[in-house]
Design a protein around this ligand. Structure first.
Ligand SMILES: C[S@@+](CC[C@H](N)C(=O)[O-])C[C@H]1O[C@@H](n2cnc3c(N)ncnc32)[C@H](O)[C@@H]1O
Length: 592
């Protein structure tokens, strides 16, 4: 069970008031006793309990302290050490993390001046920092007991480090904070009977030499092992999120009021204790948040069940079926057919062939097309990223077409279930649309565009890329080229080029591989394309070359949400090699 922030503060203050160095040290380091314990206790005194909190608004913090019986009468200081640790652990830029320190005073049993050290990272709604808060709240990586050196002498500091490690403490990093000219050395401790598992030695002054020796002894392999464990268990994340969606938990939860486990189990026909295990994991992922273990607000007469109460976060809300930008179909897809194919990724790497085809015996478009339920799930999972399409109706090519004196036609080539065309036609009542797709998708598009009220302005063509309708004004290839290898892309682009009148524009929606190797969703989708469809993501220059091979010229590009881009191309002034090769024309069907 996770305590709320006020309860954590009260518990920390009570601990600080109760313990002496000499009684506390053996709880952390069993085996430290007798004269050695007396000597260590004489050199370092118990100074504070450190905790990390995540207020929505930092201005609430002093009220929270007051509500916990604590007063911070000094200004807050910027944290260096904890901030860097958080940035490293969560792979964030330090600039994103404004961590502050306050030290409300508390007295020890004999009136000694001590403190509760309160680190805060403000997590405003929608800041994207919720997963960090959820992870840290659940695992308490920064919670610690601190001992301050009475004589901050490098020799004493080294001696204390040696004694602590001899009794099982393991170096766990540290740092120097220039804002207060103090050095901290962290250790993890072998015993957690006192409820804490990290110990800090605090030495006033700059002791970076000792610090360097201490951090060099941090088993780098330990940090690496921890990182690797997080990476290796990525599959659990995919499946836990899909399970969450399949069990309809997001729909059973509220974003503002927490619901008790028993009630949630009743609503989703699950076992309360097993559900609690899943929800605790999902708390770490930031899709749900655990609230204090109060009685269930939905059943105020029922006593608390001791298993906590959970609410849906804004991140988790995206997995609700009724959320406008729902990503539920993607959760089911990535944990379903694409999960199975990823297990055969080696095959793709060895042979260059899609693991999906190897596993299912056919290309994924054919496989999905044969199963109406899967086909529908695939179409909906493509539409789940429709946030990507939102700026497209305002693209200059589309607005120019919409403002033209005579009605213009937008041709969406392999337009899926019509999500993008629906956005464009809804925004511009003067435009007409043509959607080319395989037969099952055409039917889905007909239904979806009809329900948007723009069905009457749309033509539907069942066919293949060779059937790209002639005579349109704007052609769209959205997330098509990344499904195919370069040869097939050239073919598709040539079909488009042949169908496009001289004045027509082509818009291509794709993710672009970064030129500098910086992390991007495109790099992940490059792997996905290789494994599942035999396609790939590309850099902008790569698309420019493919376009040029088809007699088209890349004019510009602009960014879209979800790390996508829209590339704008037209027919090149000079005929490209494609036009010289005299390929047979596709269907001559024109746009009406
Ligand atoms: C990745 S989806 C993209 C759908 C849509 N353009 C979007 O961005 O949401 C690729 C689409 O290509 C269609 N497709 C695959 N092979 C095709 C072919 N030979 N001719 C026409 N469409 C095809 C599939 O049915 C699928 O809807």
């Amino acid at each position: 069970m996770l305590l709320d922030d006020a309860a954590r503060l009260r518990a920390a203050a009570a601990f600080v008031r109760e313990y002496e160095s000499a009684t506390l040290l053996p709880l952390l380091l069993p085996g430290l006793h007798g004269p050695e314990l007396a000597s260590v206790a004489a050199y370092c005194r118990f100074a504070h309990v450190g905790i990390l909190l995540f207020p929505r608004d930092p201005r609430d913090l002093r009220d929270l302290l007051a509500a916990s019986g604590l007063v911070a009468d000094t200004p807050s200081l910027p944290s260096v050490v904890v901030r860097e640790r958080l940035a490293r652990r969560h792979r964030r830029d330090v600039a994103e993390l404004d961590v502050q320190i306050l030290r409300p005073r508390v007295h020890g049993p004999a009136g000694e001046p001590r403190a509760v050290e309160v680190f805060t990272l403000a997590v405003p709604e929608g800041s994207g920092l919720e997963p960090i808060a959820a992870h840290e709240r659940a695992l308490g990586h920064e919670t610690h007991l601190a001992f301050a050196l009475e004589r901050p002498d490098p020799l004493v500091l080294r001696g204390l480090c040696a004694v602590l490690t001899r009794h099982g403490a393991r170096p766990d990093g540290g740092g120097y904070n220039p804002h207060e000219n103090g050095t901290v050395l962290y250790f993890t401790t072998p015993d957690t009977t006192c409820g804490y598992r990290r110990l800090e030695l605090y030495a006033p002054g700059d002791h970076r030499e000792v610090l360097a020796a201490h951090t060099s002894e941090c088993p780098g392999t330990n940090r690496h092992s921890e990182t690797l464990l997080h990476l290796l268990t990525g599959a659990w994340t995919t499946q836990a999120l899909a399970s969450f969606a399949r069990l309809r938990l997001p729909e059973a939860m509220d974003t503002t009021v927490a619901t008790g486990i028993r009630e949630l189990a009743r609503r989703t026909a699950t076992r309360p204790d097993s559900l609690a295990t899943l929800l605790r994991y999902l708390t770490m992922l930031g899709v749900v948040a655990e609230e204090s273990d109060a009685a269930d607000p939905n059943e105020p007469d029922e006593p608390s069940d001791g298993q906590g109460a959970f609410r849906l976060t804004s991140l988790g809300r995206l997995l609700r079926a009724d959320c406008p930008d729902t990503m539920r179909p993607l959760a089911l897809m990535y944990a379903g057919p694409f999960y199975r194919s990823f297990a055969a990724l080696d095959h793709s790497v060895r042979t260059g062939q899609p693991a999906f085809d190897h596993l299912f015996g056919e290309n994924h478009f054919d496989h999905f097309a044969r199963d109406p339920e899967l086909a529908d799930l695939f179409d909906r999972s493509m539409a789940a990223s429709s946030r990507m399409f939102r700026p497209l109706p305002a693209h200059p090519v589309i607005t120019a077409a919409a403002q033209a004196a005579t009605p213009r036609t937008v041709v969406d080539v392999a337009g899926g279930n019509g999500e993008l065309l629906g956005h464009i036609l809804t925004a511009h009542p003067s435009l007409r649309g043509t959607l080319l797709e395989r037969p099952h998708a055409v039917e889905a598009a007909r239904r979806s565009l009809g329900s948007l009220g723009c069905g009457a302005r749309c033509d539907y063509r069942s066919g293949d890329f060779a059937d790209v309708p002639h005579g349109g004004d704007v052609y769209i290839l959205s997330r098509i080229l990344h499904d195919w290898d370069d040869d097939r892309c050239r073919e598709i682009l040539r079909h488009c080029a042949r169908a496009m009148p001289a004045h027509a524009d082509l818009l291509i929606v794709e993710r672009l591989l970064p030129a500098d190797g910086s992390p991007s969703l495109a790099t992940a989708w490059d792997l996905h394309m290789m494994c599942n469809v035999g396609g790939r993501e590309r850099r902008a220059e790569h698309y420019a070359r493919l376009l040029a091979d088809a007699g088209l010229e890349l004019l510009d590009r602009s960014p879209l949400p979800l790390e996508a881009h829209v590339l704008h191309a037209r027919k090149a002034a000079q005929p490209g090699p494609a036009d010289d090769q005299g390929h047979a024309r596709g269907s001559d069907a024109g746009v009406s």
